[in-house]
Design a protein around this ligand. Structure first.
Ligand code: SAM
Length: 249
């Protein structure tokens, strides 16, 4: 199958979550300065953040886990390119079943593997070693959406799927972790993310207007754009929480 047979998959995204380049770089800097010996990224995708942190912390042992084999392969290729494949392993695994603690636990955009945001932080907290950190990224509501607004988002979106930012932070604090940094993305970070997600399809459609799959690809792109621009835009935010566990007494 040639590359023209279907659109690329995540070909225009550096990582698979809404984040500005400066914010991503700062997360890499903060995590590298923390100098964890062990790192686990649950729902890592191709693990761009994980690769960048592992590269910056000599001796750190890292594992990225995901259920998507194609994304894991992209991660392995990246780790090999960076010369860190001996320290960074990409493993096919169900995130909710992972039990091995680490100094730095990362879970960004994969909370749904555990259920709601609150269930995710509760399940992830015990994986953080004493003195360790959790970098948790997930959707937040800017305000609670109405039923009519929910109906414009992607199918089966529910109001209790995400929390308001203060409630998410409270849910994290209730697990025994403390908030070291609370970030919430600007609208342009979501817009860039959705644009770059859709760019695979739009670029392919430009080059392949008469392809037998063009109609299907165009319909998928149009539906996704509607869920974004007529659906979650302005209602769904995204938060990154850097949470710390106290050292053992
Ligand atoms: C929105 S992406 C975020 C990827 C990555 N954390 C990032 O920020 O680039 C969510 C990822 O979670 C993975 N995922 C979903 N359910 C999972 C599960 N039960 N176990 C492991 N990974 C899962 C998906 O395959 C996908 O790669």
């Amino acid at each position: 199958m040639t590359s023209q047979d279907r659109p690329a998959r995540y070909g225009h995204l550096d990582c698979n979550s809404p984040i500005a380049k400066w914010r991503f770089d700062r997360q890499v800097d903060d995590c590298a300065a923390f100098a964890p010996s062990s790192i686990v990224d649950i729902g890592c995708g191709w693990g761009e953040l994980l690769q960048r942190i592992t590269e910056r912390v000599p001796g750190a042992k890292a594992v990225g886990i995901d259920s998507d084999l194609e994304l894991l392969e992209r991660g392995r290729a990246g780790a090999a390119r960076r010369g860190i494949a001996d320290r960074l392993e990409f493993v096919e695994y169900q995130g909710e079943d992972w039990t091995e603690p680490a100094d730095l636990v990362i879970c960004i955009g994969a909370a749904h593997a555990f259920g709601t945001s609150a269930q995710a932080v509760a399940a992830l907290a015990p994986l953080v070693k004493p003195g360790g950190r959790l970098l948790f990224g997930d959707g937040i509501w800017q305000r609670t959406p109405t039923e009519a607004e929910l109906a414009g988002m992607w199918p089966d979106t529910k109001a209790d799927e995400w929390l308001l930012l203060p409630d998410l932070v409270d849910a994290a604090v209730a697990t025994g972790l403390r908030p070291l940094r609370v970030e919430s993305v600007e609208q342009h970070e979501w817009d860039d993310f959705e644009s770059e997600f859709l760019m695979d399809k739009e670029v392919w459609l430009q080059a392949n207007p008469g392809h037998e799959r063009a109609e299907e690809v165009r319909a998928a792109a149009d539906a996704h754009r509607a869920w974004w621009l007529r659906g979650h835009r302005g209602l769904l935010g995204f938060a990154y929480l850097t949470l710390g566990r106290q050292v053992a007494l």
